[in-house]
Write a protein that binds this ligand. Structure first.
Ligand SMILES: [Zn+2]
Ligand SMILES: [Zn+2]
Length: 318
């Protein structure tokens, strides 16, 4: 099969031919039709998040068909847990001490086939095309976990308006919330896109929103956004850092945290997040805006993601 493989930090992915993998006990052999690209893949390429055992096939937003029975399934970032560590036993499998992640510890979806532990595959409700479903599996799902951690916040701010925010804006509106979109200064395309999707306000990250926010999610991997977001939320509000990696957070005066503001990160997902979110996305009729690339163009797709060359999400079509 054809695959795009990570070999070492700083090098582009390499197109290779690999044998079709054989499923072990409890695993499904999957024929992949679409795989979303994610900022985490850039962190892996850059070595900001480490791959312990290269070579590795990246890709953790897989939409595929089970070869054995023709079922359509999604494979997310959480690929395996031990089920037995203190975190798992407390219902926090997203924090499992021995978790294995798709496209980092387990070969992922930048390929024609993959194998996956059946217990971690997600059923995909509805009949949306595969390439439109793919971005729901990380951008949507971890974004949804971040939004849930904002509680009942009515006015929510999204810092960084990429794949996750474009999905979450639709979910937040469907839940009756107001969305405030923050982008890089001068990114008129992203701000117009946010307004089109129903954001009540869109502006630059340094701007003060027209109303105090009840909660904010930082999707961009930029530590300087933490004090900016804390300044924008009201006392008692929450700021969630939604990414796996962020540049260092500059020091800031205690007064912008004081007033019982909460600052927290979100890490990975649980299977119940997956079931809950995919059902909700179908019910809320979430539509993703996707930019598709053939598998061989994976490096170009990742460069476009890095440069902000498209709005919405990027998806590879093996
Ligand atoms: Zn565990
Ligand atoms: Zn991801």
């Amino acid at each position: 099969m054809r695959a795009m493989v990570f070999e070492r930090v700083g090098a582009p992915l390499r197109a290779v031919e690999l044998p079709v993998p054989s499923p072990g006990p409890g695993q499904l052999l999957l024929r992949i039709s679409a795989c979303g690209i994610c900022r985490t893949d850039l962190h892996l390429l850059d070595g900001e998040v480490a791959i312990a055992h290269p070579p590795r096939v990246l890709g953790h937003q897989i939409v595929a068909t089970s070869v054995a029975d023709g079922r359509r399934v999604g494979v997310p970032w959480l690929g395996w847990t031990d089920g037995d560590c203190p975190q798992c036993r407390a219902g926090r499998e997203n924090l499992c001490e021995h978790a294995r992640f798709t496209g980092r510890d387990i070969d992922g979806g930048y390929a024609e086939y993959a194998v996956a532990d059946e217990r971690f595959c997600l059923e995909i409700p509805g009949d949306h095309p595969d390439e439109q479903v793919a971005p729901l599996l990380c951008a949507g799902l971890i974004g949804y976990r971040s939004l849930s951690l904002c509680g009942d916040a009515h006015r929510v701010g999204f810092y960084g308006f990429g794949a996750a925010a474009h999905i979450l804006t639709q979910v937040a509106r469907w839940q009756g919330r107001e969305v405030y979109a923050f982008t890089r200064a001068g990114d008129d395309a992203a701000q117009a896109f946010a307004r089109e999707l129903g954001a009540v306000w869109a502006g630059a990250s340094e701007d003060a929103p027209p109303a105090e926010l009840d909660g904010a999610i930082i999707f961009a991997p930029v530590g300087a956004l933490v004090p900016a977001a804390l300044r924008a939320v009201r006392p008692g509000g929450t700021v969630v850092c939604g990414g796996i990696h962020m540049s260092d957070i500059p020091s800031f005066p205690y007064e912008i945290l004081w007033g019982e503001r909460v600052l927290r990160s979100v890490a990975n997902l649980t299977r119940s997040d997956g079931h809950e979110f995919l059902a909700l996305a179908a019910q809320a009729r979430v539509r993703t805006h996707v930019n598709t690339y053939t598998l061989e163009r994976a490096n170009e797709a990742l460069a476009d993601l890095r440069e902000g060359n498209f709005t919405g999400a990027g998806v590879l079509l093996p």
